[in-house]
Design a protein around this ligand. Sequence first.
Ligand SMILES: [Zn+2]
Ligand SMILES: [Zn+2]
Length: 409
Amino acid sequence: MSKRDYYEVLGVTKTASLDEIKKSFRSQARKLHPDNKDSGDEKAFKELAEAYEALSDPQKRELYDKYGHEGLNASGASSGFDNFNFQDLAGFGFEDIIEAFLGGNFRQGFGRRGGPEQGSHLKYNLEIEFLEAIFGTTKKINIDRLEDCPKCEGTGASPGTKPIPCATCNGVGQVQQVVNSWFGQSIQIIACPKCNGNGSIIEKPCPECKGTTLIKTKKEFEVNVPPGVQSGFKLRLTAGGNKGRKGGPYGDLYILLHVKEHELFNRDGDTIHIEQNIGFSMAALGGEMLVPTIEGDAKINIPAGIQSGTVIVLKDKGAIKLSNTQKRGDQLVHIIVKTPEKLSAEEKKLFEQLAILRKENLNLSDKDRDMVKSNSKKKNNNIQHPDNSKEESSFFEKIVDVFKHKSDE
Ligand SMILES: [Zn+2]
Ligand SMILES: [Zn+2]
């Protein structure tokens, strides 16, 4: 892909003055900066930054005017911003970044080392009740996070003393280093080894934070859990994490939700399932009953002749939808017809009468029994009698059985 002309990118003429170039860069950079929510465009911003870097430097501009992009590439003067990571600049307003460009010290490690850094993010596991996840809740949580040390007010120096500027780097935090490369000698900027890029040296560290400027502090937060959340959902509390060093902003706090199970309700998205047992009589005769919902009991009608496994739908009695809190899922009632396990003498009598009325034979007649006997004698090899099959059919007989079945087909 061919690169766009730098003058075109900046929207200036070939004879533009440095002031005109700066002015044009400033107005376009504001528009294109990735932090600009309306018109930010990281790719276009990088292109703009590269063009500005080349044309704002008289030597580079001369090379570019004479030989174009090739001239800059060959001299190693342009490395582009393709691999530039804007995350490294977290904590800086984009006005700061633009001003750093205009001041010509962008590449010189602006904000990368030694400057304020955003604090790290923190994670917190929050367990909530089943119904809290459905209706939402407010929880107070306590976390340990790093904050500016109150003793030294975040300077890291013992109270009454101050960090002194580093003599090696003159307080800049960076030093120049001459490196020999294919293009000849070039100057590279590295973090100052004396002060580790801090730009200052603490002679007497603060006894509280040991010079780290930060100290572990308990902090209480009130967390608003919105309705409709589920296990595994993450809530982000902006600036709830650790404080950044040297006045850098706080990181964020991520709250990972764990929803406890409920003894009656089972949730699948915004659908709630329950199992409801009913007796034989209810199943046969039908009727009305109350079933639990997340908002108390609700009446359902059981139709006469219902089968076990039938599902009755309670419209809009399910969980609140996270995407639209005005809408609700459904509750599904899974009907289970329970066979009575113990019968009183009177119940037994009634069931026996019922069996007679419904012509349900509970026992085989003598004639049926005879038939079973003669069948088992005739087809002894084919019918596995539940009572004696284990003793009678040897391993060999079973193999014979299989062959017989195959030839029968
Ligand atoms: Zn301190
Ligand atoms: Zn230094």
